[in-house]
Write a protein that binds this ligand. Structure first.
Ligand SMILES: Cc1cc2nc3c(=O)[nH]c(=O)nc-3n(C[C@H](O)[C@H](O)[C@H](O)COP(=O)(O)OP(=O)(O)OC[C@H]3O[C@@H](n4cnc5c(N)ncnc54)[C@H](O)[C@@H]3O)c2cc1C
Length: 310
């Protein structure tokens, strides 16, 4: 594979794609786990189209990574990581328009700053979530204020064949931390996102929410957000939401680890903190241990929220 990857790299200029071949990739996920492999940083859409066709022709597996804020990378990657870094002019997002067309690599924190500045109603739902717009759409990221999927109207995707597919969002395209329209091998290139009008109170809503996150989440640690999805459970004729973090906390597992480099966060028990040089297998072991304990003690099967890569 290495030889093919090197040959592919010769087809592109530095302005099109930056190649990191057989490199340390630990900084490409927010959990900063030990990770080594090939990463292609793609700077424009035309280069991405050409690259995808080449990778598919050579039958090389690839996966997209945004900020890696919800991704657990393996020590040795089997597939190629593709990270988009398309040009983004902040002026595009500064004037208030009813709908924005933004590249998938747009950072959510820039969007939050704009929402705070102009009072864009609806955009408070992704307050404080680290990541790219593409990653947030893929995951239908959200907080208890709402989900990003409710604001997305159209998504442009690159198909494995190199063609563009434009998908108009319908009512069943998103569910809790899940999208139902990105097909295998497709890459989100850009999206249209609306807001619900201008509301001067949004700025304060965002400020208060950011302060609350600072108090309740281990934002200074190396984590990838919530490891488990909350679970809906039927209880005497009605559905209740079981918050994974709360249940882990009640079991007394806050601060617990199986190895010295990785522990369940004492601040928020749905997070795991990489203290030094933890690896994917450490994370998988602690996930399995926690899921087994949750099932044994409460009879509830929680699902992983985090994406475990190969
Ligand atoms: C401190 C912290 C707090 C967090 N809090 C929250 C929270 O409150 N709510 C929440 O929902 N999440 C939260 N997360 C998780 C994470 O921030 C979100 O899931 C975010 O949307 C991930 O974006 P990303 O760009 O980092 O995606 P990545 O982790 O890089 O990727 C996630 C998935 O999306 C796919 N993907 C990424 N980009 C594309 C693309 N362009 N095309 C196709 N597929 C793509 C990847 O292949 C992967 O499967 C938190 C994480 C951290 C570290």
């Amino acid at each position: 594979m290495l030889e093919t990857v090197k040959n592919i790299s010769k087809e592109f200029s530095e302005d099109e794609i930056t190649f990191f071949i057989d490199s340390d990739l630990s900084k490409y996920s927010t959990m900063k786990l030990k990770a080594k492999g090939n990463l292609f940083l793609v700077h424009n859409e035309e280069a991405l189209k050409k690259l995808i066709v080449l990778l598919n022709t050579h039958k090389l597996n690839y996966q997209v990574i945004g900020w890696g804020a919800n991704t657990v990378l393996p020590e040795q990657l089997k597939s190629i990581l593709i990270k988009l870094k398309f040009p983004f002019d902040k002026k595009v997002i500064d004037p208030t328009v009813s709908e924005y067309h933004l590249p998938a690599s747009t950072p959510l924190n820039i969007m939050t700053s704009v929402a705070q500045k102009h009072g864009l109603k609806g955009w408070e739902v992704f307050t404080g979530i680290p990541g790219s717009l593409g990653g947030a759409i893929y995951m239908n990221a959200g907080t208890n204020l709402g989900e990003i999927g409710d604001l997305i109207t159209e998504v442009r995707l690159l198909e494995p064949s190199g063609s563009i597919r434009v998908h108009k969002i319908g009512s069943s395209d998103f569910s809790y931390r899940h999208n139902h329209f990105v097909r295998d091998g497709e890459i989100i290139i850009s999206a249209r996102i609306k807001h619900r009008g201008i509301d001067s109170s949004i700025s304060q809503v965002i400020k208060t929410y950011l302060e609350k996150r600072m108090e309740t989440q281990p934002l200074k640690e190396k984590t990838c957000g919530c490891m488990f999805k909350n679970s809906q459970v039927q209880y005497s004729n009605h559905e209740i939401t079981c918050r994974a973090g709360l249940y882990i906390d009640i079991m007394g597992l806050g601060g617990f680890g199986l190895k010295k480099d990785l522990r369940i966060s004492p601040k928020h028990a749905n997070f795991m903190e990489n203290k030094e040089m933890a690896s994917r297998s450490d994370v998988v072991s602690l996930i399995d241990f926690t899921l087994n304990e949750l099932e044994a003690q409460y009879g509830i099967q929680f699902e992983k929220e985090v994406q475990i890569s190969n």
